[in-house]
Design a protein around this ligand. Sequence first.
Ligand code: ADP
Ligand code: MG
Length: 580
Amino acid sequence: MKEIIVGIDLGTTNSAIAYVKDGVPEIIPIDGQPTMPSCVGIDPQGKLLVGLPARNMLIAAPESTIHSIKRRMGEPVKVTLAGQQFSPEEISSFILRKLKEEAEKFLGQPVKKAVITVPAFFDASQRKATQNAGELANLEVVRIINEPTAAALAYEAGHSDNERILVYDLGGGTFDVSVVVIENDVVEVQASHGDTHLGGDDFDELLVQRVVDDFHAKHQIFLSEDPKTMRRLKLSLERAKCALSDEPLVMVREEYIHGDLHLEMELQRADYEEMIEPYLQKTLDCIHKSLQDARLLPGEIAKVMLVGGSTRTPLVHQLIEANLNLVPRWEINPDLIVALGASISAASMAGEKSKAILVDITGHSFGIEALSFTEEGEMLVNTPIIHRGTPLPVSKSELFHTVHDNQREVEITVFEGEDRIPAKNTLVGQFRVEGLSEAGHGNPILVTFNLDLNGMLTVTATERVTGLKKSVTLDTRNVHASFDLAAARQNIMSLVDQDVLELEEPGEDSEPVDSHALLVSAKELRKRAEALLENKVTEEDAVEIRELLRKSAEAVKAKDIESLQPLNDSLSDIIFYLED
Ligand code: ADP
Ligand code: MG
């Protein structure tokens, strides 16, 4: 049996373990999860608990649980656990021992050697303490590597580009930024800065404080007086915080939070991001300091890589992109990338080569057209919902609002591309949501995009107050083929005055729009719509139908196949609505 050297990310909040299987780095699950909370506890029966079970005990028995021990590594201190004293090395060794044992079960063979990662700023005594923790867990620590080095290896295995890479790591309790260069498979950390007390825990704290204040304002009760309630809030709000990375708002519900009182509160991403922005500004300062140390200008950085669970917050991406003018890479799971990179380093020590980790990402952003109030006034802009570079499959939502009082319908126009000007992007599709309730302007509409690995984009628009919903699935792979075809058609139209039907002949491997079918259905839909006009329809509907008929006739005349599809959709929608 070949010896396996594992890679371990011994994190402040979470740890993970990985190995290279047939050249591909892979995570070993612990308690069914890809990462394990870095928690150690002792249960009432005196049994040692590590990982998830210890974290679950945190609420009930905080005095019997230790977390964030990594902060104390290298210090000559003891922590008390269920009345017994332990050094940070000893606590860390419990974490490493569980990782090792679970890996042995998973792999079906002994695991004796490991590469363990540490923050770039760890000094010699902190590194030595990590090594000792490994030895205590019966692991031979064959190498200690820096976390940003591991992250860079995960992205760059097999390449040696001599590029300068900025690794931005925002975890649970700490923030680090490093500038690294890979030369001939050797990663060199050129500069590193950070804040050992800045991370997701601080963000949770802000949310807890917000809820405590809000509850006090409503009920004149201080939830903060009960430590158990506070820990319950912390867990609940951490969950809510994570959800806000994908959704614009979440409902926080905790029953019987105080006597008979329940907690029910809506949190909005926009508010949350405003709360954490000062912290994120600090991380930007650190970026600029490390660039100064490495004597680099922002433009000399080739790539930014995101590491750590807290980098899933959309504002992090936005601020980095705005500051460094680079779309940050995060397609390798930011919770797992350090362990995966460590396993690549481990495999290379065992003489094995690893392949780069391949993950599907969106090459472009997907968004909808929405009215934006800018300095130049109101204008329709393309508003991204899924940003380019996002790993697939993905589900993301954003909130939009109606503009007019009593606006009974909204048009959802989906674009692929990054340009703010809608027309400069590729139209993916269009549909209309009708039957919205009578409400003042600002009626919230939640728009959700689900994009799968095959490029199928399901767009769902939901009126929040009523739950009224409309969903369509669009094939994003076809948009380029049809878009190019239509553009080409326009281009040659004036020169070769051929019939549309001739031009639509499919090319060798293109995926043409079926313009014939579109023309036929346009004709049929117009007939039905005209019939509706003879019936009793409201003046408002009649105006809309006549407008659509006019546009449809125009599009057919101009052989504007591109516009015909959405017009057909709109006609068919209104027919469906009125024929009922
Ligand atoms: P560490 O390196 O400190 O061990 P991690 O990289 O595992 O930490 O990050 C843990 C932090 O990431 C926690 O504060 C957690 O709440 C946060 N986090 C995890 N997932 C998300 C998410 N989807 N959105 C925002 N924060 C997240
Ligand atoms: Mg980490």
